[in-house]
Design a protein around this ligand. Structure first.
Ligand SMILES: C[S@@+](CC[C@H](N)C(=O)[O-])C[C@H]1O[C@@H](n2cnc3c(N)ncnc32)[C@H](O)[C@@H]1O
Length: 295
């Protein structure tokens, strides 16, 4: 985490009316899709479909997405793969009238690849893309969402932004919202988001800051930039604690990152709360979980 990034984040956190400013900016300058990010979303969403199918989950039915963000590429792919109806949700309104056209424009040239990955015809995907009409709930209050109302709850690149003390609670809310025998699937980015930029630092640099250090507390002040630093096993434990049965789980552990974390341990640089934990768990850059609600 470089000083300049930290200063910029603190400035954003301190800005009054940050939401209004963002909406105004978007009216003046239309949202510019980030092709690299959208590419990750495309791959992650298809991995989630694969994981759900491999777990024997039929996709037909109602799906709820937690934290939909700006561009509904993942939910559009889920609908193309067979989901009947999607409800998008968010804590703050990032989705607008440009969101569906932007997702469609990104997906159209990639339909042949999506068709190959999904084992479907391009024409069938095009037809389903045209009829994608999700509901949108914002601000979403998980505790107030109707019980037993969806078959599958999903999220992508969201759980790492949920405050650590709220993760198990959100899983408990989803357990209530999903019908008995239904599923949840989460694709989670476990990396240091401050290191996504120039690739000079380690994707696990943030494991070196003690939770109580001034630097980490300052870094956590901007809600937009907050990450809980949960490791792969923490999500599994929180899901089980909430009452979910883990059906499948996958941690991505790139050898380079594993080597970097090993070096941090050898040099005594890991923060005390991470120092004694298994290296593979610390170095897992991504988590993919499918869990089933009993019943
Ligand atoms: C990095 S964006 C990901 C957006 C989208 N899922 C995607 O893959 O492009 C994180 C999203 O999670 C939302 N979010 C953060 N914390 C949340 C929470 N506790 N409950 C619901 N949504 C949350 C944010 O508002 C934002 O839309």
């Amino acid at each position: 985490m470089q000083n300049i990034q930290l200063a910029r984040s603190l400035l954003k956190a301190a800005l009054p009316f940050a939401d209004t400013a963002r909406r105004l900016k978007r009216r003046l300058v239309p949202y510019q899709p980030n092709m690299a990010h959208n590419g990750f979303t495309f791959d992650d969403a298809l991995d989630m479909v694969d994981a759900l199918r491999a777990a024997g989950v039929g996709l037909e039915g109602e799906m709820l997405e937690v934290g939909s963000g700006w561009t509904p590429i993942a939910p559009m792919l889920f609908h193309m793969a067979g989901v009947t109806h999607v409800t998008l949700t968010d804590l703050e309104r990032l989705y607008d009238e440009t969101s569906i056209p932007t997702a469609a424009a990104f997906l159209r040239p990639r339909l042949p690849e999506a068709a190959r990955r999904l084992g479907m015809e391009v024409a069938a995907l095009e037809a389903r893309m045209a009829e994608f009409a999700p509901a949108y709930i914002c601000p979403w209050q998980p505790g107030r969402h109707p019980a037993d109302s969806v078959d599958i709850a999903v999220s992508r690149a969201v759980m790492e932004h949920v405050p650590a003390e709220d993760v198990a609670g959100l899983f408990r809310d989803l357990l209530r919202v999903v019908r008995p025998g239904g599923h949840m699937c989460h694709s989670i980015d476990n990396t240091d988001h401050w290191e996504h930029g120039d690739g000079r630092g380690s994707l696990m640099s943030f494991l070196c800051y003690p939770a109580e250090s001034l630097r980490w507390r300052l870094a956590s002040m901007n809600i937009q930039g907050y990450t809980n630093r949960f490791r792969h096993s923490d999500y599994l434990a929180a899901a089980r604690e909430a009452g979910w049965i883990i059906v499948s789980e996958r941690a991505r552990v790139p050898p380079k990152v594993l080597g970097e974390v090993r070096q941090m341990r050898l040099e005594g640089r890991l923060a005390p709360e991470f120092a004694g934990r298994p290296l593979e768990d610390l170095a897992a850059t991504a988590t993919l979980i499918v869990a089933r609600k009993p019943g």
